[in-house]
Ligand binder design. Structure first.
Ligand code: EPZ
Length: 428
């Protein structure tokens, strides 16, 4: 990472230009990481195509190698084999780096009958609890204990059961579906998450020989005990990357088309853009937005899919700043996902928050300055703000953004954005 401007810590964004052109979407971060974890379920070779070149995939690669899995990369393809001796312990320094590591728990318990995962801890958008994961595994017959900062899960044989989730947790649904493939009998997960990435994981598991139905609905059924083999799978396109570029296109009064995604994955989001006066056209796997007139304010509430995606909340806040009126944005998924508001306000946003509500009044003229990305999607929001701010915005902490956006500078540059990566002081 050092010395390569591509991964340098800061991004200079000169605002004012319109974004025009096309974006080839990468594979979804929030699917690829789980498909990688699911390779633990079989000793057969797995080929994962359209894997995004992002740092979270690098971290999951390190995690799998620490567990004894062979991982090779060729461009956007991963070749993974969990055929050798596997370790059952996911180390703290990797779990701390990426919370999503928790999704190795289900597959490890399924394959080895035990797992030791360092407690992931929270992050700045919330405590990120894992109680639904652990309760669900206990329902499937596992014994769970937590000591010395590690979650220890053991079971002789997992047994199918009905698991009702208090909340449609994405990670809990994924861990439990993967564990259930090794349980004796049928497992029914009620109040399951319905995100498109869950459907992608289930298609992948079915390709391995698993028997699963109901993904995309609130009730997923898994007939456990089927022998699982290797699979060749292409990761679903990243709907959050898509939404981010579509917001950037609308914010800059541009004309942007993203390629590779089923518009159904962003249905409510696209409706909201339309309600604001953005021209939206979707056909085949292309979604295009155009805007040359004023924007109307809209109220937005984030909810589990098919509700408005919390991962697009911060970016949407910037678009709402350009609307002629006041919008109320309500964050219902995470406890503390307005962290970026302070940095947006340093650009002149004037956003006020109270609990889970943010009041966004526009149209606001933003002026460029130095800002610090607090997290992945907050960083994407700051880049979006820089595209419409007067002058130059320097976004620091771009390592957060590199976790989830492949080739951001290249994709933005091809849309005509005036962006440049620069190294932090002291970086070579
Ligand atoms: C996944 O996180 C995504 N991450 C998140 O994307 C996304 O925001 C989130 O789903 C919601 O869509 C990955 O897929 C790697 P949850 P996850 O379990 O699985 C509470 C991004 O920017 N909860 O649905 O952790 C939890 O505290 C990231 O790409 C419990 O209380 O999300 C949170 O408030 C950010 N107990 C809410 O549920 C549990 O056992 C949603 O969490 C589990 C969750």
């Amino acid at each position: 990472m050092e010395g390569n401007p591509e991964h340098a810590g800061r991004l200079l964004v000169r605002g004012g230009g319109r974004l025009l052109g096309d974006v080839a979407l990468s594979g979804a971060k929030n699917s690829a990481l789980k498909l990688m974890a699911a390779t633990l379920l079989t000793s057969g070779p797995c080929r994962i195509r359209r894997t995004p070149r992002i740092s979270d995939v690098d971290t999951m690669t390190e995690m799998l190698r620490a567990l004894g899995v062979d991982v090779a990369r060729d461009g956007d393809e991963l070749f993974v084999s969990a055929a050798g001796h596997l370790n059952d312990c996911a180390p703290y320094e990797l779990v701390r780096t990426m919370r999503a590591s928790i999704v190795v728990m289900g597959p490890l318990v399924a394959r080895l009958g035990e797992a030791m995962i360092a407690m992931p801890g929270g992050c700045n958008i919330g405590p990120r609890r894992i109680d639904f994961h652990l309760r669900g595994l206990e329902k499937l017959g596992a014994a769970v204990e937590i000591e010395h900062g590690f979650i220890k899960v053991r079971c002789g044989q997992l047994r199918g059961a009905v698991v009702s989730l208090d909340y449609p947790s994405v990670g809990a649904t994924e861990n439990l579906v993967m564990a259930a493939t090794a349980a004796e009998g049928e497992t029914v997960i009620e109040n399951a998450a319905r995100e498109p990435e869950i459907a992608d994981l289930c298609a992948y598991l079915r390709g391995m020989g698993a028997e699963i139905e109901g993904e995309g609905t609130s009730t997923v059924r898994v007939a456990g005990g089927r022998p699982l083999h290797g699979v060749d799978h292409t990761v679903v396109a990243d709907r959050i990357e898509a939404g981010t570029y579509l917001i950037m296109g609308a914010a800059t009064a541009g004309d942007v088309a993203v390629h590779g995604l089923d518009a159904e994955h962003l249905e409510l989001f696209l409706t909201k853009l339309g309600d604001m006066g953005v021209e939206v056209a979707a056909h085949d796997d292309v979604i295009r937005v155009r805007r040359d007139g004023p924007l109307a304010p809209v109220d937005v509430s984030t909810l589990p899919h098919p509700g408005f995606a919390t991962d697009l909340q911060a970016q949407m806040m910037v678009l709402l700043l350009l609307a002629e009126g006041t919008s109320i944005l309500t964050e219902n998924v995470f406890e503390n996902r307005f962290v970026v508001v302070d940095e947006l306000n340093r650009l002149g946003a004037g956003i006020t928050t109270s609990g889970h509500h943010a009041v966004v009044s526009g149209p606001r003229g933003l002026t460029g300055t130095v800002v610090e990305a607090p997290d992945l999607r907050g960083g994407a929001a700051l880049v979006t703000a820089g595209l419409v701010a007067d002058g130059v915005t320097e976004v620091r902490g771009m390592h957060h953004v590199d976790r989830g956006y492949e080739d951001l500078v290249g994709k933005l540059g091809r849309l005509g954005a005036d962006v440049e990566r620069v190294a932090d002081q002291g970086e070579r």
